[in-house]
Design a protein around this ligand. Structure first.
Ligand code: ATP
Ligand code: MG
Length: 472
């Protein structure tokens, strides 16, 4: 039995909003995620408010508002420089298309609780009386560790089919079991999850992947039958055998799930990290930017996407070119999900190069330094680490590369060769394609420390590219 914290807290800015609403005679409570997360002993992310005040009344009451969701009764109130969603109690009766409510009407708190998706998301908290208002049995479900729809599961999923994916996301995140009728309804209706706008599907999938519970979420997607409809390309991983000497863990699906479990650790430690760019501490990488976590997570899920199509039984099981094939398929998949160019391109790079990564220690120094200087390098490195942890467990390349990257960060970057094309022409070399090759070679020489100053570079060029007759 879970022990509920005796007292829930309320963010001071949210409390000012609640008090202002109450002072005008309105009902106003905290609602949804912030109540659920606190009952689970977790720190809430956002503080959503539900009220009897109409959207017009909310707008009139606060000086800084944005009417982004006004048609659905949601006003964004800016308080203490932060946005808070203030939603009028509403019911959403008819969903003739299974995606959008045809009408919303304003109502009382109980009806508002009944239109919410899961009982654990339908709780209100009144910080003035310190009471949780529970119209749907959500507290008992939290105590029992159970995810259950508000009302009859088939009806609620048919109303809005995105809830099929939301069920998995919330069950994975809380570690709760899907209640039996809820689970059975998901299995029955799984094929319909794809009728929701792909952007909404992708948003849920991205959150499953990049918020620290990807392993549980993908296990559940598979068990409920959602995976083969929503991500059929990934469902193909099941049963794709791998050579046991490299992959003692089993098939491509087992390997991917293991990697997602390690990814969850990387993401959880990164969620509290501050800054913009990846950094290393005590031998581990941290990714403070959400965009990096999302790219790493999709790349982890999709890095072996080329394996089902390339499997060949030669001297042993081989997946020739699966990195390049996989990168192409990953791009196609993420474009289908209408993901940003930045995400698509990053994942493409990560997947395309995941097999070349292990040769890093043998690379020529200039090539290695160029790789170490790439902005995506820490993501390549972490993907490689997860790949190893999800199979043979040997981290020697990682242990070589992490300090090399840290050292590279401390070195002054060599972005340009120490001499320009003009400098070379001043030395007597004619303009032309050869000049470009000379500049590339010079940059490599600078990266390898052979010719870093202009004087050294001049001597190096004259030695390496002796001027032909007539030149100089
Ligand atoms: P998170 O911390 O993941 O954001 P949350 O509970 O705030 O969790 P949101 O997706 O932000 O989740 O939604 C806010 C609330 O709105 C939910 O708690 C739920 O009560 C309600 N809700 C959101 N989407 C739906 C939906 N598709 N059907 C019914 N209720 C929904
Ligand atoms: Mg939320």
């Amino acid at each position: 039995m879970l022990r509920l914290p005796r007292q829930l807290v309320c963010d001071p800015a949210a409390r000012r909003i609640l008090r202002a609403l109450r002072a005008r005679g309105h009902i106003a409570y905290l609602v949804g995620g912030c109540v659920r997360d606190q009952l689970l002993g977790r720190l809430p992310k956002d503080w959503d408010i539900a009220t009897s005040a109409s959207p017009d009344e909310v707008e009139a009451l606060f000086p800084h508002t944005l009417g982004v969701g006004k048609a659905f009764g949601v006003i964004l109130v800016i308080e203490g420089k932060r946005p808070f969603e203030v939603a009028t109690f509403r019911g959403e009766s008819e969903y003739s298309d299974g995606r959008h409510p045809d009408r919303v009407h304003f109502c009382d708190p109980e009806e508002d609780a009944r239109r919410r998706d899961f009982t654990i998301n339908a709780l209100f908290y009144d910080p003035e009386t310190e009471c949780v208002l529970d119209f749907v049995g959500g507290v008992a479900d939290i105590e029992a560790g159970r995810l259950r729809t508000v009302g009859v599961p088939d009806e609620r999923f048919a109303e809005d089919r995105l809830r099929l994916l939301r069920a998995v996301r919330f069950a994975a995140r809380t570690g709760f079991a899907l209640e039996a009728d809820t689970a059975a309804a998901i299995r029955r209706l799984a094929a319909q999850a794809t009728s929701v706008a792909v952007e909404r599907q992708a948003e849920e999938l991205g959150r499953m992947l990049a918020e620290g519970s990807a392993r549980a979420a993908f296990g559940l997607l598979e068990e409920t039958g959602l995976l083969e409809h929503v991500l059929p390309e990934v469902a193909l991983f099941r049963g794709v055998e791998q050579p046991p000497q490299f992959h003692p863990e089993g098939d491509v699906w087992q390997h991917t799930l293991l990697m997602l479990g390690h990814l969850d650790e990387t993401i959880r430690r990164s969620l509290d990290a501050v800054g913009e760019t990846p950094f290393a501490k005590d031998g581990l990488l941290y990714f403070p930017a959400r965009a990096d976590r999302l790219a790493l997570a999709w790349a982890t899920l999709l890095h072996d996407l080329g394996k089902p199509a390339t499997i060949a039984y030669e001297d042993r099981i081989r997946f020739n070119n699966h990195d390049r094939v996989g990168a192409r398929l990953a791009t196609r998949l993420l474009r289908r999900l209408r993901q940003s160019n930045h995400l698509v391109e990053s994942v493409h790079e990560l997947v395309a190069r995941h097999m070349r990564f292990p040769v890093l220690p043998e690379m020529r120094e200039a090539k290695r330094r160029r790789f170490l200087q790439e902005p995506l390098f820490p993501l390549h490195l972490e993907l490689h680490r997860l790949d190893c942890l999800g199979s043979h467990g040997q981290l020697d390349v990682y242990e070589y590369a992490l300090p090399a990257w840290e050292e590279e960060l401390r070195r002054p970057p060599v972005v340009r060769p120490p001499l320009s094309g003009h400098d070379l022409m001043a030395l007597g070399y004619p303009a032309g394609p050869r000049l470009g090759k000379m500049l590339d070679a010079l940059r490599d020489a600078a990266l390898e420390g052979e010719a870093t100053t202009p004087e050294e570079a001049r001597a190096w060029i004259l030695r390496t590219f002796p001027p032909a007759a007539g030149e100089n």
